[in-house]
Design a protein around this ligand. Structure first.
Ligand code: DI6
Ligand code: FE
Length: 386
């Protein structure tokens, strides 16, 4: 059976023809054109085939861990309090600056392997734990290297506007460090998109707008961590700049949803962060539905707010915590995740798409979201190769 992500229906007794790296034909096996009869075949009777999953929001290149903050939160400290006290993102910055490129690569490879083992074929990886030119570029080089070392596609986002380095002035940091770092990273071909953290503990809309203006001048698409902890206007700003995605969006409003729909911006929902920081405000999923905002789901895998190494668990959480349907969760890690990355060659099973597929030991697509910590992957095909 083939989960054809162009609708929520299943194609039963289906055949997929793969030539080179591409899907050439898909349809009922009974209709398979005779010209393909001589091709080598894999049979998967009773198995579900989906597009390879896409994790469209991760921070998997980083040094250290923040298990200590996990304990602090269990004792009542909030994510914001920990950040304001000098922990949080800034503590991972120290560990990431102190790690060599080889060490960062070494520590990120098992994370990539864990995602591949769950049928993932494409991951987005952000910088943002450097906050200086040297370390931001180091992170992005490691992200690119991961895509060379493993059979997976990697796209990068420059997240220089992730946090204000200790002792720095936010405006001064944007102008004297973040924007020059972005230019340098772009000059090395390391940047596929530009991201920011628009939040009370990070940067305001005027500061993010300066980063977005630079991205625009460089011809790079933008996306934004918006309305995660409070409502300060990041979602409207993202829509105004025609962002690929607005991510987290727990505190987004109905009018934000309308703006995202108008701009064609994807709402990327990150239930792992919601869960980890004990958030209680869920994103306005029904408003997104009502306005026709495409919704994606991702791990946000990072050492602080979302040490979640499973796209499948993210899908389960999106259903249980945010009341997404299993079909929405699957679209969120396939078709809409591709869209959140500005890609139109993956995330659906259709002729002309890359042959990145996941084959599952399940018969009902809802089983992918229903299990918790169960990995029903049978096998993965990446670029037509099993
Ligand atoms: N929001 C997040 O959830 C991650 N970044 C962001 O802006 C968390 C990053 C971290 O806590 O290390
Ligand atoms: Fe994030």
């Amino acid at each position: 059976m083939v989960q054809d992500a162009s609708d929520d229906g299943l194609l039963r007794d289906a055949a997929i023809v793969v030539t080179d790296q591409m899907i050439e034909w898909v349809g009922p096996e009974a209709d398979l054109p005779s010209g393909y009869a001589g091709l080598a075949r894999q049979r998967h009777d009773g198995r579900l085939v989906t597009p390879a999953l896409i994790d469209c929001h991760t921070h998997i290149v980083h040094g250290g861990n923040r298990a200590r903050e996990f304990e602090m939160r269990l004792n009542g400290a909030s994510y914001e309090e920990i950040a304001r006290a000098g922990g949080g993102i800034v503590s991972t910055v120290t560990a990431t600056r102190g790690a060599t490129e080889a060490e960062l690569l070494e520590s990120a490879l098992p994370r990539v392997d864990a995602l591949i083992a769950q049928g993932v074929g494409l991951i987005e990886i952000k910088s943002g734990y450097g906050l200086d030119t040297e370390t931001e570029l180091k992170m992005l080089r490691v992200a690119r290297a991961l895509g060379q070392k493993r059979p997976i596609r990697v796209v990068t986002s420059f997240l220089g506007a992730h946090a204000v380095p200790g002792g720095a002035d936010a405006d001064n940091y944007i102008d004297s460090t973040c924007l020059p770092a972005l230019e340098a990273a772009h000059a090395e071909g390391l940047v596929d998109a530009v991201d920011g953290f628009c939040e009370g503990i990070a940067f305001d809309t005027a500061q993010i707008a300066r980063v977005f203006d630079k991205a625009r001048a460089l011809g790079l698409p933008v996306k934004l961590h918006a309305e995660q902890l409070s409502h300060i206007g990041g979602t409207a700003l993202a829509a105004k700049y025609g962002a690929l995605s607005a991510d987290h969006v727990e505190y987004a409003t109905n009018s934000d949803a309308a703006a995202l729909a108008e701009a064609g911006t994807v709402a990327v929902l990150l239930p792992g962060a919601f869960y980890t920081i004990h958030e209680t405000q869920a994103p306005p999923v029904q408003a997104f539905r009502d306005h026709g905002v495409p919704m994606a789901v991702a791990t946000d895998w990072n050492p602080g707010s979302s040490p979640l190494g499973s796209v499948l668990v993210a899908m389960n959480m999106a259903c249980t915590l945010f009341r997404m349907t299993p079909a929405e969760a699957l679209a969120g890690t396939t078709r809409n995740a591709a869209r959140a990355l500005g890609l139109d060659d993956c995330g659906v099973i259709a002729p002309g798409m890359r042959a990145d597929l996941a084959i599952w030991n399940v018969s009902d697509p809802a089983e992918l979201s229903y299990g918790i910590g169960i990995n029903p992957l049978h096998s993965r095909i990446f670029g037509g190769v099993a």
